[in-house]
Design a protein around this ligand. Structure first.
Ligand code: T1G
Length: 697
């Protein structure tokens, strides 16, 4: 018995309860506690069986991630699990909430496992750039077979109790955790069941030993989207070792793989991202501020964004009133959502009955008066200030007192929108990313008069619909688009200096971004920028020439690239090079050799510089918030942590020096390091120190 692990005895059954909030992570104290308490129970002659369970909201949710990178403390987790497995008395793990990572590995070391029906079980280590390091890659394949083990370990997503029972990961679904575990332990004793030590049970590996394709095909399908990541492949190798090697040799290979990853740069970045995501949801509001309840949401506009946002709420079981200007627009919007749900169900992404259940939560209507019952109103209409003001004037009249009024604008001034209402304190931005039912980020824009509880309401509801919230202030393009614009400006300039679209995009995608700036331009449509430049009387000679030639991007089958019919694959087009040469010679400009290294620096450093300005202006509270925005809104590779984290990896001194160099070389003073960046570079500081300071404040 220790502070964090309790022991009770119910005549012949010992109940060992881990009680270490918030998620019973396997800190050194918890590991020591489990080891000592189980030893105590084993030594007690009155005890015939042991139940291992947890207090609080969840079973053990893994190793304590904050301990990684620090000197290891004993006992090691592997040691504790071996003690459990070698116990002469049956040990039953009783699971509720999420048994994840080291938590599931502890349960796999027990002889039996029971769980409540809404429990989830998984080995998500790859999401931290790791692999299960305490026997999970050796015991899970023995419990459920290599195919499901590969899916769970290489993919990282948990499974539910029903699926766990179906595949033999758990022995029974119980009503209540501890009581269910105790009843099961009594059954084991009554039926004199033998102790099932997974290390000794290869029965589920036999098929893959004879036909390895079971394993290789599972690995191939699970690593399809693992470009640039090390952990999924190392995790797959470890599961392969379970098939090929005796248990202890497999365990050794797993350990070696784990140690290599845990000390590697990728996992450090992914662990940083884990905590950055949680920090981003912490906003500075007066103590005691509570979010307002949200039982019903109204969404205005059933277009691409409105439809995706509505699906996100329905996916979380929250009823939605979806409002359009006419029956036809409504019918079209609902049709697209139905089609999306059916397609997801068809590929097994959601249960077969989910499309009907979720569409039933979405009530399509015509007329803004229908916002009257909503606790939160989200406007997703055409992106002009005039239309926004018209809509907000109307919802201000109809919405009930206390409703939060949010705009999904991606760059317009929320303060200006709020001013047309009599309740600016209830107005803010909730900027979703397309496709809104898929993209995780929700950039929450805090306007000048936004009330603290309205802000907390938006953050809380964003988390409830499985989005990652990040709070930003009002400025043109908020955080993400503002930094993207700084990159876009350099991308355009590089074409004037001699680079080609495919060279720039290749550098950016090699770095790990899903797409380069020019392929993105083609996807969005070059004519949008062209029209707005013409409206503002400014020129971008190369982009203008492309548009004058009818090259608007994917929608016209050619832009910076050409596209074959029915394909979205960007193909370099000699016509574009010719057009660039022609435009530059008309401007009297000569192309020069541009290195990939220069391209990378000019793609990343101006963004980082803009990030520093954003921090100076208080538009973002922490550098890690900026990273969260890029990770979950713009496809920044998770194993690089985010632009501000990356800047620290490169070194702010180097970033500042290169920016100064490019400012002079391209005669662009906006590239001069922002004061914050220059100061940090001069004092040998980093953005991480700023995040720490913000956290301590
Ligand atoms: N270690 C340390 N802190 C943790 C933690 C962990 N494993 N999990 C959560 N926290 C903190 C978190 O930072 C937050 O702190 C608070 O708990 C609540 O979390 C050897 C190598 C369990 C599904 O990857 O997925 O085991 O911000 O806000 O939304 O093989 O937390 O309040 O100060 O996320 O209800 C594997 C990680 C570890 C699971 C709950 N395990 N956790 O979600 O709450 S590696 C994981 C989660 C491992 C072994 C290996 C989620 C959750 P604060 P939260 P939530």
């Amino acid at each position: 018995m220790t502070d964090v692990v309790k022991l009770e005895r119910h005549d012949a059954i010992a109940i060992v309860t881990v009680d270490s909030p918030p998620v019973n992570a396997l800190s050194a104290a918890v590991r020591r506690g489990i080891s000592e308490t189980v030893k105590q129970a084993i030594a007690d002659p009155a005890v015939q069986a042991i139940v291992l369970t947890c207090a609080g909201r969840t079973f053990i949710a893994g190793a304590d991630i904050t301990e990684f990178g620090k000197p290891p403390q004993s006992p090691g987790l592997g040691e504790v699990i071996t003690e459990l497995e070698n116990s002469p008395k049956p040990i039953v793990a009783a699971i509720h909430g999420t048994a994840l990572g080291g938590g599931l590995e502890v349960a796999l070391g027990c002889h039996f496992r029971v769980a409540v029906k809404d429990a989830r079980l998984g080995l998500p280590e790859v999401k931290l750039g790791l692999l299960p390091g305490a026997g999970g890659t050796q015991r899970l394949p023995r419990a459920v077979g290599p195919e499901l083990a590969v899916k769970m370990i290489v993919g990282g997503d948990p499974i539910g109790a029903a699926e766990a029972l179906q595949h033999g990961l758990i022995d029974e679904i119980v009503e209540a955790t501890a009581a269910g575990g105790e009843a099961f332990a009594r059954k084991v004793l009554a039926e004199q069941r033998g102790l099932r030590r997974l290390r000794d049970d290869d029965s589920k590996l036999q098929a893959a030993k004879t036909d390895r394709s079971i394993f290789t095909q599972a690995v191939a399908s699970m690593t399809k989207k693992a470009r640039g990541l090390e952990a999924p492949f190392a995790a797959a190798d470890a599961v392969g070792a379970a098939i090929d090697l005796p248990f202890d040799e497999g365990l050794k290979q797993e350990r070696d793989g784990f140690m290599k990853l845990v000390t590697g740069e990728q996992s450090k970045a992914q662990r940083y991202a884990f905590f950055a995501e949680r920090e981003a949801a912490k906003v500075s509001v007066p103590d005691g501020t509570k979010p307002r309840p949200v039982a019903r949401v109204a969404i205005i506009g059933a277009g691409t964004m409105g439809g995706g946002i509505a699906m996100s709420f329905a996916n979380a079981g929250i009823p939605v009133t979806l409002i359009e200007t006419g029956e036809q627009q409504l019918k079209r919007g609902l049709g697209v959502m139905q089609k999306n749900y059916d397609a997801t169900a068809a590929r097994g992404g959601i249960p077969a009955d989910a499309p009907a259940k979720r569409m039933a939560l979405i009530n399509g209507v015509v007329g803004l008066e229908h916002v009257k019952d909503a606790d939160l109103v989200i406007e997703a209409v055409f992106e002009t200030m005039a239309v926004k003001k018209e809509v907000f004037t109307a919802i201000d009249a109809y919405a009930k007192p206390g409703a939060v009024l949010a705009s999904n604008t991606s760059y317009l001034n929320i303060d200006e929108i709020a001013q047309v209402t009599k309740r600016p304190e209830d107005v803010l931005g909730m900027h979703f990313f397309s496709p809104a039912n898929v993209m995780k980020l929700c950039e929450i824009v805090r306007a000048d008069k936004t009330a603290p509880d309205a802000l907390l309401t938006a953050v809380a509801i964003a988390r409830k619909i499985a989005k990652v919230p990040a709070v930003v202030g009002v400025c043109d393009g908020f955080v993400g688009n503002r930094m993207l614009a700084a990159r876009g400006k350099q991308a355009e300039r590089l074409l004037f200096e001699g680079a080609l679209p495919q060279q720039v995009d290749a550098v950016v995608t090699k770095f790990g971004m899903p797409m380069g700036p020019f392929a993105m331009g083609d996807l969005a449509g070059l004519d949008i920028g062209w029209r707005s430049r013409k409206d503002r009387g400014i020129k971008s000679e190369i982009a203008d020439a492309l548009c004058e030639a009818g090259r608007f991007g994917q929608k016209t089958g050619k832009g910076y690239y050409k596209y074959e019919a029915g394909s979205r694959a960007p193909l370099p087009d000699p016509e574009v090079e010719a057009l660039i040469n022609d435009t530059l010679s008309k401007l009297g400009l000569k192309r020069r050799e541009v290195s990939d290294e220069e391209i990378l620096e000019r793609m990343m450093y101006p963004m980082i510089n803009e990030g520093a300005r954003i921090l100076e202006e208080g538009i973002a509270a922490r550098p890690s918030d900026i990273d969260v925005i890029w990770l979950y809104g713009y496809g920044w590779p998770i194993y690089r942590g985010g632009p501000m984290y990356y800047a620290d990896q490169v070194g702010l001194k180097h970033v500042a020096e290169r920016l100064s160099y490019y400012a002079k070389a391209t005669n662009d003073p906006t590239l001069e390091p922002a004061p914050l960046l220059a100061r940090l570079a001069a004092e040998g500081g980093s953005f991480a120190t700023l995040t720490q300071r913000a956290k301590a404040a």
